[in-house]
Design a protein around this ligand. Structure first.
Ligand code: FES
Length: 175
């Protein structure tokens, strides 16, 4: 698979950043978690290749790196979308139809919970009560609460965030 020029440049910049981090923690196995954390901030997740770089630089077996990455939920081995949609599945939201909303979102985005759309725009997640029960059912996008949400609201929500990613689409919405 060939990479577009800007993707290639982006990847090179990220690896250059990673190199700086690994120079800081060179040969220091005790810094594994902090190095992984910094690498995740750079890449957004921890691909296998990045884990190998870290293992080599810190002098830690790759199996140990992998063990730490899969043990801590704060680390992810898959890329996350630019927007995180979280459906509250707490009791108050559930009795008001959160289950149907989640199903409709899965169908609309063509992904399951925990997955990211192919274009990298959305990651779908579910949560227990997010503390806004009087506004149930609640869907959050990047932490912003959308109250009394219904499955009918989904197309507009998705369109809005997609348009924000894509200025061309936004312009065509104006005509
Ligand atoms: S149950 Fe959804 S906000 Fe409390």
């Amino acid at each position: 698979m060939t990479m577009c020029n800007s993707c290639q440049q982006d990847a090179e910049e990220k690896y250059a950043e990673l190199k700086k981090v690994l120079t800081k923690y060179h040969n220091d196995p005790e810094s594994l978690i902090v190095a992984l954390h910094e690498a995740q901030l750079i890449f957004g997740y921890l691909p296998r290749d990045v884990q190998i770089h870290i293992a080599e630089a810190l002098n830690v077996p790759i199996s140990e790196v992998y063990g730490v990455v899969t043990f801590y939920s704060l680390f992810s081995t898959v890329p996350k979308g630019r927007n995180k949609i979280t459906v509250c599945m707490g009791t108050a939201c559930y009795v008001k139809g959160a289950g149907d909303i989640l199903e409709a979102l899965k169908e609309n985005l063509k992904i399951d919970v925990g997955e990211t759309t192919e274009d990298g725009v959305f990651t779908l997640e579910s949560a227990r009560c997010v503390g806004a029960c009087s506004l149930a059912p609640v869907v959050m996008v990047n932490g912003e609460v959308h109250s009394e949400f219904t499955a009918q609201d989904i197309p507009e929500l998705i369109r809005g965030y997609r348009a924000a990613q894509d200025p061309a689409e936004k312009r065509s919405d104006l005509h």
